[in-house]
Each structure stands twice: as structure tokens, then as C-alpha cells.
Design a protein around this ligand. Structure first.
Ligand SMILES: [Cu+2]
Length: 110
């Protein structure tokens, strides 16, 4: 009987840990305004998301060719946003394919 109780407590502890880890994941917002990202650099935790919001009256794109995160979120118009989850730690250079001068860095920490 005691073993069952121990197993049950262990099970609950794991559920709580997992729930805490999931709830700890944050979504950070970065705007795209006046042909620039609204921030040059942000620091996020592994598992966090960044949502890119187009605040200009024309299309923007979001992509990265960095080892820590390779993605292309495509092009999207004003008022729309695209989200990406950062699963690996490292420095991620984020760019816009439409405006080559648009660049920013996402630092993903463990
Ligand atoms: Cu752009």
C-alpha cells in the first residue's frame, strides 16, 4: 500500500512540474514598423514564442537562416502577425525578405 502512495505522490509531482513548465512558456511581441523591427534584440527562454506584428501599411516577411532556428514565416500584410517557437538555445538573426535592412536578434537561453 505504501508503494502505491509513493507512486501516486511521484505522479502528482510530475504532473505539477510539467504544468509549471508549460505555463512558464511566454509569448513575446515584436512589431514591424517604419521598415524596422521595433526592437534590435530580445532575450527569451527556450520554448518561448515570439509573435511578429506587421504595423506598416505594406507587406513584411520574417525569416531566419540561423543554426538555432531556421524558418520562413512568409509575407503578411498590416495588422497580421506570425508566431514562431524557439526550441533551441543560441543566437537567432531574424530578417525580412522584403526589406534587407530589417534585422534583429533573438537570444534564446536555456
Ligand atoms: Cu519588411
Amino acid at each position: 500500500m505504501k508503494t502505491y502512495i509513493k507512486l501516486f505522490v511521484l505522479f502528482i509531482a510530475h504532473v505539477l512540474l510539467f504544468t509549471t513548465a508549460v505555463l512558464a512558456q511566454e509569448t513575446h511581441k515584436v512589431g514591424q514598423k517604419n521598415k524596422e523591427f521595433t526592437t534590435d534584440k530580445i532575450v527569451v527562454k527556450k520554448g518561448d514564442s515570439v509573435e511578429f506584428v506587421n504595423e506598416d501599411p505594406f507587406f513584411h516577411n520574417v525569416f531566419s537562416l540561423s543554426d538555432a532556428a531556421m524558418f520562413d514565416l512568409g509575407s503578411f500584410p498590416q495588422g497580421n502577425s506570425k508566431k514562431v517557437v524557439f526550441e533551441e538555445s543560441g543566437e537567432v538573426e531574424v530578417e525580412c525578405a522584403i526589406h534587407p535592412n530589417m534585422r534583429m536578434t533573438v537570444v534564446v537561453e536555456d
